[in-house]
Design a protein around this ligand. Structure first.
Ligand SMILES: Nc1ncnc2c1ncn2[C@@H]1O[C@H](COP(=O)(O)OP(=O)(O)OP(=O)(O)O)[C@@H](O)[C@H]1O
Ligand SMILES: [Mg+2]
Length: 501
């Protein structure tokens, strides 16, 4: 092979207990290119990148940077060779300040001690250079997922000797404007000759930035080639090994009784004003709008996670005032949160425990856990959702991102709620698994469950919702029915505009 390759993998295999995550993977990544990695959840993309950045040592095989064989034992070794990685799952300490986070592991020193004034100064400089308006002293707890993601990207881009930058689904939590900003950054990095490896499940993004694409399936390398050789369809087919037609299995379902009614909800805390909407049995109600429009805030208020001053919430006609998630579940409302790491999963626990976590009532008798029943019920959701793992006893920490999301969904389904709130349920989920989730949502609606659906991906939003309420700056500015639900209309309303009719 010629030396145009910055990185070359040669028969890399990686075995975890019970899982062959990578199976003799060989391919090259061209110097200075944007190389996109695609493949279903659990295909091995993140694992391969974690070998390149020194997190894992491969079971067998070799890899080269600039045709020199690398044997990284730690991420620090890799960093010294210019390899930097933005992880798929945000890992942060909520009590850490913005400035500490930005300067982590490269704090200026005074002798053996960290120079805190220097940390502050450097961080402030970076924030200013990047036009980011964050108080360097504020703790991460006070920021949203998208804020933190943006800070992490900034931190890695600003590292001095980066030569290879790995981005593992960097845009999964970014707003559209932030995605544009990232793409500009990527272009600038490319001009500096930096090689970028980009993992994503979002087709539109991939074709905008990719020079080359590598497809992986079940731990195997399937194909590498220039992006121009691929079409969306050929790519999907290569990824899942079959064709997917009729992506949105939407069916017309007659609406049943009103399950949930929100009337005149106001919240100073969440900056919501006069929120009104209803969810009927069998209905998929979309909350549309841009990130920060108040969609997540609305559902959090309903579930008792955030306070509200006035307004009424009725469940099947009965007024309720929900003060905690446990109460919400008692009333038949459950939410799958957009931030699965913060609110969705207990990572050190296994799949079975996570799925049954919110449904202990269903599996205890006279205060005793009925282990047999727990096994049986959780197994049903495990199978239905096709969670890819060696078994139910696998710790959720070791699952691929998309499979973690499926566990969160399983947990919500097991509560047998009447109203299911899904906040970005397909984030990080591959095309094949997305289709499975759409089918599942449709099936649940058929069974008479009312669904609140929040999604920033317009095609799935339009493809799935019966009714959409579009939010703008903490208000619902319009309700659109299925026949008026077009991409243009929603974009227009989400930007605070009006549509005809
Ligand atoms: N530390 C680990 N211990 C055990 N198994 C692991 C570990 N890390 C990954 N795996 C397993 O290896 C396989 C590949 O996972 P990987 O995270 O690389 O997938 P991925 O292609 O990045 O998927 P996604 O699109 O969902 O992020 C999965 O079956 C996963 O459960
Ligand atoms: Mg991954």
């Amino acid at each position: 092979m010629s030396s145009e390759y910055k990185i070359r993998f040669e028969s890399i295999s990686m075995e975890f207990p019970g899982v062959l995550a990578l199976d003799q993977v060989s391919f090259g990544i061209r110097q200075g290119s944007v190389h996109v990695m695609m493949g279903e959840n659990g295909a091995g993309k993140s694992t391969l990148m974690k070998i390149l950045n020194g997190t894992h040592v491969p079971t067998s095989g070799k890899f080269y940077i600039d045709e020199r064989e690398m044997k990284f034992q730690t991420t620090l070794n890799a960093e010294k060779q210019g390899v930097s990685m933005i992880y798929q799952e945000l890992n942060y300490i909520p009590d850490m300040s913005v400035e500490r986070y930005l300067m982590l592991c490269r704090e200026p020193k005074k002798g053996p001690f960290i120079d805190w004034k220097g940390v502050h100064k450097e961080a402030k400089k970076i924030l200013e250079e990047e036009n980011l308006n964050y108080d360097p002293k504020i703790t991460l707890r006070n920021l949203s997922v998208s804020d933190i993601q943006l800070l992490e990207i900034t931190r890695e881009i600003k590292r001095n000797q980066v030569e290879i930058l790995i981005m593992d689904e960097p845009t999964s939590a970014l707003t559209n404007a932030e995605v544009e900003r990232l793409f500009r950054d990527i272009k600038a990095l490319k001009e500096r000759g930096i090689t970028i490896i980009y993992i994503s499940h979002k087709m539109d993004e991939i074709f905008r930035i990719a020079d080359d694409i590598t497809v992986m399936r079940d731990g195997k390398h399937i194909h590498t080639g220039p992006a121009s050789e691929f079409t969306q369809d050929s790519l999907v087919k290569m990824m899942v090994g079959r064709e997917i037609t009729n992506v949105y299995p939407k069916e017309k379902i007659p609406l049943g009784e009103t399950l949930l009614e929100v009337e005149g909800l106001n919240s100073e805390f969440s900056k919501l004003s006069d929120i009104n909407f209803k969810v009927h049995a069998g209905e998929i109600v979309g909350l549309g709008g841009l990130m920060g429009a108040g969609r997540t805030e609305t559902v959090r208020a309903i579930c008792g996670l955030d306070p509200y001053e006035s307004g009424k919430i009725r469940i099947q006609g009965k007024e309720v005032r929900i003060k905690s998630v446990t109460e919400a579940i008692k009333h038949g409302i459950v939410m799958a949160s957009e931030d699965r790491r913060r609110y969705g999963l207990i990572l050190c626990r296994d799949i079975r425990e996570n799925i049954s976590l919110s449904s202990l009532k269903r599996i205890t008798k006279k205060g005793f856990l009925q282990i047999g029943r727990e096994r049986k019920l959780t197994r049903e959701y495990f199978d239905e959702l096709k969670i890819k793992a060696p078994g139910m006893g696998t710790a959720t920490l070791t699952l691929s991102g998309g499979n973690q999301q499926k566990v969160v969904l399983g947990k919500c389904l097991m509560t047998q709620a009447k109203v299911l709130i899904l906040d970005e349920p397909t984030r990080g989920i591959d095309v094949g698994a997305k289709y499975e989730i759409y089918k599942l949502i449709t099936e649940l609606a058929k069974q008479g469950i009312g669904i609140i659906f929040i999604s920033s991906e317009l095609p799935e939003f339009i493809g799935m919702c019966d009714t959409a309420y579009v939010m703008y700056k903490g208000k619902i500015i319009d309700q659109i029915s299925r026949d008026k639900m077009t991409q243009e209309n929603i974009v227009m309303l989400a930007a605070g505009g009006k549509i005809d009719g």
